[in-house]
Design a protein around this ligand. Structure first.
Ligand code: NAI
Ligand code: 15L
Length: 274
């Protein structure tokens, strides 16, 4: 496919959306922003809910690709998750179909596989023991379940309508990791931009699922499918390890919050505040 230039960025007012508004223009993208909240510094942003089909159609009209970040990004009641993440993602794919947009990058999450036990043993984990991308899905929350739905929806729209998607199971994308678990799942914002750029431009992706993290020394999962898109991570959370471990201690197999990829989402998920 031709490299996309104009990209609709949903969830542009959020944490990751803000980071990508800073980083992605350097790759040559022109971003059209959408969020249910006003987007600071973006007076032309579309302020609309994902349930507003008319606004979505206008927003996707003429774009080359969509980077779909808008969502309730933590746990919430099933009804709220249903409306924003499940129905909202469906409405966006319908708008893409109606307007002929052929590439979506979907912000999935590690919480789609959050109940998967982390690989045993001391880091670094041997390559053959890393969690593969085709591990059975084990969502840890309704939130994680909505990401499983998004991945399946992406597969359906590829098979039925020829819309290509890269579903990125993002670990933790923040400026720096703040927990010992995040040393394993952290994706630096700069690597996030590299991965989204690869996902937007790689040819013939059909529907591809990848994990989204940096090349962390303590990584738990296999980045093979991300690298196959041309993603070359440059960061490693290890530079934060000594400080975080001194503060919080090593991960403890006896602690249920430490046993699974999803961390404390499996026992006491953080609740969406709105
Ligand atoms: P965030 O909560 O900071 O941003 C999400 C944005 O989506 C918010 O600005 C919110 O207003 C918007 N939004 C929510 N419901 C909406 C609706 N119905 N219509 C329109 N806009 C709506 O979340 P963050 O951290 O920026 O995450 C972005 C995406 O990446 C989310 O889909 C999240 O699930 C996913 N993700 C993020 C991770 C991270 O480490 N930041 C990890 C794994 C996945
Ligand atoms: C997510 O999916 C959340 O959106 C984000 O806020 C983090 O909690 C992240 O996962 C994580 O697992 O650290």
């Amino acid at each position: 496919m031709t490299a996309p230039r104009t990209v609709l960025l949903t969830g542009a007012a959020g944490g990751l959306g803000t980071l990508m508004r800073e980083l992605l223009p350097a790759y040559g993208y022109e971003l059209r922003c959408l969020d249910v909240r006003p987007v600071e510094g973006e007076p032309d942003a579309v302020v609309a809910d994902l349930s507003d089909r008319r606004a979505l159609r206008e927003a996707v009209r003429g774009v080359d690709a969509i980077l779909h970040l808008a969502a309730i990004s933590l746990e919430a009641s099933f009804e709220k998750i249903l409306r924003a993440n499940i129905e909202g993602t469906y409405h966006l794919y319908e708008a893409a179909r109606e307007e002929g947009v052929k590439r979506v990058v979907f912000a999935s999450s590690n919480h789609a596989v959050g109940f998967t036990p982390r690989p045993p043993g001391e880091p670094p984990i041997a390559p053959g023991a890393l969690i593969p991308v085709d591990t059975p899905r084990r969502p840890d929350t309704y939130y994680g379940l909505s990401k499983c739905f998004g991945e399946d929806l992406a597969q359906l729209y590829w098979d039925q309508h020829g819309i290509e998607t890269v579903s990125v199971r993002i670990g933790s994308c923040f400026r720096r990791p703040s927990t010992v678990r995040m040393l394993s799942v952290w994706m630096s914002p700069e690597d996030g931009a590299r991965l989204f750029h690869a996902a937007l431009t790689a040819g013939d992706v059909g529907h591809t699922v990848v994990y989204g993290s940096s090349a962390n020394t303590r990584i738990w999962w296999d980045l093979g499918s991300a690298r196959a898109l041309g993603y070359e991570p440059r960061d490693d959370s290890e530079r934060f390890a000594a400080e975080l471990i001194a503060e919080q201690g090593e991960l403890d197999e006896g602690n249920p919050d430490h046993r699974c990829l999803g961390g404390h989402f499996v026992t006491r998920p953080p609740i969406w505040p709105h």
